[in-house]
Design a protein around this ligand. Structure first.
Ligand SMILES: Nc1ncnc2c1ncn2[C@@H]1O[C@H](COP(=O)(O)OP(=O)(O)O)[C@@H](O)[C@H]1O
Ligand SMILES: [Mg+2]
Length: 269
């Protein structure tokens, strides 16, 4: 069901052209500058982390890439083609899935209903076309398969209402849904902010699984150890701009925080 290509050499491919390129993104809210001419590239197979203080413009940046915010100016290309998303639905249709920090699941629905929320499949033939009957069995089987593919073994029963799951499992459902339907890349905005240590570990594993399947991930996170564990590159947002791009090899978490807060300035090459 996912169109993600199995990638034998899963990992960042900076020799390839970026999947996503943004140039000069500007977004102001009255006098507040949300984005101050930001550039961003996302390469095939990489986890790109975005870190930054509260209000640095992290969420505005990913919203501008995913149709939730329309930038005042700037350009975004997807696979080399200019895109102008007017809504998150436009971005989803183009293969971009976003999981927001505010939990993006419907608690009373079961897992497979959540997976297919807004994309429900009808049964084949007249049962579907005339009687509008849902293909619940097929969706359940596929939801179970996606969860299994992503290594989510802790959820036994696809009929279980999402409200009965732990926070980590719920977040896993939201991430699994994104991973299942994304064909270009997945965006996770603070996916572990509300989670405990063990649940955070599960979500990090999911991120690795998504990457292993060849799908790039943009991860916004405040958690330096997490970021340094999974990211290939780290985009440091600061005051609506970008204070630099580092890697876990080039800098320490302490140095990253110093750049983030402005205590250190990164030499730009
Ligand atoms: N809808 C909005 N209306 C007004 N100001 C906003 C809005 N969204 C974000 N901002 C402002 O833009 C700046 C960047 O916000 P945001 O992207 O949410 O930061 P971050 O995600 O890094 O915490 C902040 O100063 C914030 O107050
Ligand atoms: Mg934010």
């Amino acid at each position: 069901m996912s169109t993600a290509v199995q990638n034998e050499t899963a990992g960042p491919r900076h020799d390839l052209k970026p999947i996503l390129s943004a140039r000069g993104l500007i977004k102001t809210y009255g006098r507040v500058v949300g984005l101050d001419g930001v550039d961003l590239d996302l390469y095939p197979g990489e986890v790109l982390a975005i870190i930054g203080d509260n209000g640095a413009g992290k969420s505005t940046l990913v919203k501008a890439l995913t149709g939730a915010v329309i930038p005042d100016s700037g350009e975004v290309t997807l696979d080399g083609h200019p895109v102008n998303f007017k809504s998150p639905q436009d971005a989803r249709a183009a293969g971009i899935e976003t999981v927001y920090q505010t939990l993006a699941v419907a608690p009373a629905l079961d897992i497979s209903a959540n997976m297919f929320l807004g994309r429900e499949r009808r049964r084949p033939g007249v049962l579907g076309s005339v009687f509008r009957m849902l293909d619940k069995k097929g969706m359940k089987a596929d939801a179970g398969q996606s969860m299994a593919n992503l290594g989510i073994a802790t959820v036994q029963n696809m009929d279980q209402a999402v409200e009965t799951l732990s926070g980590g499992q719920r977040q896993a459902v939201a991430v699994a849904r994104a991973a299942t339907f994304a064909s270009k890349f997945v965006v996770l905005d603070e996916p572990t902010a509300a989670l405990g240590v063990k649940e955070t570990g599960q979500v990090l594993n999911l991120i690795r699984q998504i990457k292993a399947r060849g799908l790039p991930v943009i991860l916004i996170s405040h958690n330096m150890p997490n970021v340094f564990e999974v990211a290939d590159r780290i985009h440091i947002a600061r005051l609506g701009g970008c204070a630099g791009i580092i890697t876990p090899q080039s800098h320490t978490p302490t140095e990253a925080v110093a750049i983030m807060t402005g205590a250190t300035t990164l030499e730009r090459g």
